[in-house]
Design a protein around this ligand. Structure first.
Ligand SMILES: Nc1ncnc2c1ncn2[C@@H]1O[C@H](COP(=O)(O)OP(=O)(O)OP(=O)(O)O)[C@@H](O)[C@H]1O
Ligand SMILES: C[C@H](O)[C@H](O)[C@@H](O)C(=O)CO
Length: 466
């Protein structure tokens, strides 16, 4: 009988339930449910609708039952850094504020009053992003101290959903590292740092590795969805899952996990917490098997997503990409400029940047998309050179995984700007990486090497030469 495994992969713009099984040594995937995700404003704060997302999670589970494809196990991954605080009756305290909200403005200074930025990087290895959990908790401490006082637990978003399914609280390691409160040496919470910052120690749950069996569904969930299954923690940070599925067993592999963000980097055995690395704003995110993802967060296709939304979804992603490829405008923006993180209008933000820098102002949808794609590609080129400088390795190929691997024009630009052969795909890398960890935990895939070989054998890649 076929054994199914279920990955629930929720990105910042969409979520999906993907069932996976093995057939003659290959992984076969089937999409069971897909749903929208995005931020909505509540009490003046940009929030995730976690209740709605949990409903979608259960809807997808019911669809598996209806199809007669009940998974042996399941696991959830989402974007990183965001969390909920729970009181001692497990009720959520305050809003589920999203990382693009402005509440963290100025909280970096408050953190650095406790510990200088250089020291913080030296002990966590995590890139400064104003939305990291460390700064978000400082915002809560400043604006809603009563929430921190009442809190008995902090759970990152996938940990929270998995708690709702099983009744068990834990902090999955790969996602926990994005809080900037975990030590790359001990792979555990840095309680000294946590206490210095005045965050209550009691709210931090035990850190557990991907592959941990969290437990079975509660009786209530079993009754509602109509079956029971094990919850096995994947790399719950979606980037952690996506990078697992980069189809290469070569020691020196360069990748971009391309979705809402473009996460460009390499895998390393040790974290580089040096001043030089901090200066270039590289991060050392915790990965499967205690590998580190040495990478840079680049603003990514969020810019295209925002453009598409602002144009009232009049064009598809494929359409925008195609239109952009026919344009000749040469204006470029610095994608990592903070003005692009959460602008009221992405169109205006791009146009103003071009105006401020004396470049041609893009006007049409095609021109706007062209400027964004070209700017992303330029940023990839610069980042590759920095990675090569930091690692002392010359890379020949660049793997692009995630939804952005569909963007043919961007892939062509990327090959040109980096000088690397671009291998695009798989596009559902995050779900695949999620499934890989469950299958490794169950012994269906022997180890990471075998699992990556299986991805290579199972999914197509498109090749773009520089
Ligand atoms: N056919 C296509 N042509 C061009 N671009 C595409 C196409 N399909 C998807 N994309 C790009 O991929 C992006 C979606 O990627 P993906 O589905 O991995 O994101 P996500 O899961 O919602 O978010 P996250 O990266 O946070 O996980 C879109 O924003 C779009 O820019
Ligand atoms: C904030 C983002 O969630 C995070 O940095 C990124 O790695 C991600 O999760 C992309 O989906």
């Amino acid at each position: 009988m076929t054994e199914y495994y279920l990955a629930v992969d929720i990105g910042a713009s969409s979520g999906r339930h993907i069932l996976g099984h093995m057939e003659q040594g290959r992984m076969v995937m089937e999409e069971m449910h897909r749903f929208y995700n995005g931020l909505t404003v509540k009490d003046g704060e940009a929030c995730w609708d976690l209740e709605q997302l949990f409903e979608e999670i259960k809807t997808g589970l019911k669809k598996c039952r209806e199809a007669g494809k009940i998974p042996v196990s399941m696991g959830i991954d989402t974007w990183a850094v965001d969390f909920v605080l729970l009181d001692d009756t497990d009720k959520v305290l305050g809003n589920a504020v999203g990382y693009r909200d402005k509440r963290t403005e100025g909280t970096d200074r408050l953190v650095y009053e406790v510990l200088p930025e250089q020291e913080l990087y030296g002990r966590t290895g995590i890139q400064k992003q104003i939305f990291n959990t460390i700064y978000q908790l400082m915002a809560v401490k400043k604006k809603h101290p009563e929430c921190l006082e009442k809190a008995s637990a902090m759970l990152l978003v996938p940990d929270y959903f998995q708690f709702l399914l099983t009744g068990r609280k834990a902090s999955e390691y790969t996602n926990a590292t994005t809080t900037q409160l975990v030590s790359p040496k001990t792979k555990d919470w840095d309680f000294e740092l946590i206490e210095m910052l005045g965050y209550p120690r009691r709210i931090f749950q035990p850190v557990v590795k991907p592959g941990t069996v969290l437990g079975n569904f509660t009786e209530e969930i079993q009754r509602e969805v109509g079956f029971d299954c094990q919850v096995i923690l994947p790399a719950t940070h979606d980037t952690g899952s996506a990078v697992l599925a980069v189809p290469s067993n070569e020691d020196k592999t360069l990748y971009i996990s391309s979705g809402t963000w473009s996460l460009m980097g390499v895998e390393r055995k040790e974290a580089d917490c040096s001043e030089k690395s901090r200066g270039l704003n590289f991060t050392n995110e915790g990965g499967y098997d205690y590998r580190f993802r040495y990478l840079k967060n680049i603003m990514g296709l969020w810019m295209i997503q925002s453009l598409k939304k602002e144009l009232q979804d009049a064009y598809s992603f494929a359409g925008l990409c195609e239109m952009a490829s026919g344009e000749t405008i040469s204006s470029l923006v610095d994608c990592n400029d903070s003005r692009f993180l959460a602008p009221e209008s992405m169109i205006k933000a791009v146009q103003e940047y071009c105006e401020d820098t004396g470049q041609q102002i893009p006007k049409t949808p095609g021109q706007l998309a062209c400027v964004i794609y070209r700017s992303l590609a330029q940023c990839y080129g610069k980042t590759v050179r920095e990675i090569e400088e930091m690692t002392g390795v010359h890379y020949k190929k660049l793997h692009v995984v995630g939804g952005g691997a569909n963007a043919g024009y961007l892939n062509r630009l990327t090959a040109a700007s980096t000088g690397k052969t671009v291998l695009a795909g798989p596009t559902e890398a995050t779900a695949i990486g999620n499934l890989m960890v469950q299958m490794m935990a169950k012994g269906v895939l022997a180890d990471l090497k075998a699992a990556r070989q299986c991805v290579y054998d199972s999914f197509e890649m498109k090749i773009y030469e520089p």
